[in-house]
Design a protein around this ligand. Structure first.
Ligand SMILES: [Zn+2]
Length: 218
């Protein structure tokens, strides 16, 4: 075999190898990603006309999701008759100093079963995508409605540090563990002080306790 033929064969082999590789990578790219199942849909959030400043829309989704996801089928909209979700802004002084709020959000009424109080840091809210927003809301409702403490797994909605999963599938995996109560380090907030306060057996300064026990931020 002449040297020229050898060179031609070599090029043909390289071409086949290249073609074969690129064909394989095309095949990989064409495999559709599995869209995880959820008993409630989030189409409303994906709608380009959805206004993510409508914070109560996230409460409505959470309520529907809890009802179909949890074995006890709770009606959290009926149990929580007093729901207030609001933005928090930097004070002029803080903003002038070049700083921003050091939390993403907080829940302020964990121990009261009929009330929801969730504050959202406006600037942070506008920095995260729609799945991270939904995860942040679930995190605060996890404190306020389910009385969850923080998880030790950064992939969990109840981890102390947000943002959480940035994709639909990531959110679904995390919220399944959340509603199944199967996440790392699951613990509940201690509300014994609140029962004592309500029954009158504990004479303490409520605002002080609210600050210590109830306010939990990311
Ligand atoms: Zn938290």
């Amino acid at each position: 075999m002449s040297i020229r033929k050898l060179i031609n064969l070599k090029f043909a082999f390289i071409f086949l190898l290249f073609f074969g590789c690129s064909k394989n990578s095309l095949v990989y790219e064409e495999i559709p990603q599995e869209v995880l199942y959820s008993c409630t849909d989030y189409d409303r959030l994906a709608d380009p006309n959805f206004d993510s400043n409508d914070l109560y829309a996230f409460w409505e989704i959470f309520v529907a999701d809890a009802k179909c996801s949890m074995s006890s089928s709770p009606d959290y909209d009926k149990l929580n008759t007093d729901v207030y979700i609001f933005y928090e802004y930097e004070s002029d002084a803080l903003f002038a100093s070049g700083e921003v709020l050091d939390y993403g959000a907080y829940a302020a009424s964990s121990c009261n079963d009929s009330r929801v109080r969730v504050g959202i840091a406006y600037r942070y809210w506008n920095d995260i995508n729609i799945w991270q927003k939904l995860g942040l809301m679930y995190h605060e409702f996890g404190h306020d409605v389910l009385r969850y403490g923080h998880s030790s797994n950064p992939d969990d909605i109840m981890h102390a540090t947000s943002p959480f999963a940035s994709t639909y599938n990531g959110f679904i995996e995390s919220k399944n563990r959340f509603f199944d109560k199967k996440f790392d380090g699951l613990r509940y907030l201690d509300c014994s002080w609140y029962e004592g306060y309500v029954s009158g057996t504990m004479r303490t300064n409520l605002p002080h306790i609210l600050h210590d026990c109830d306010k939990d931020h990311n």
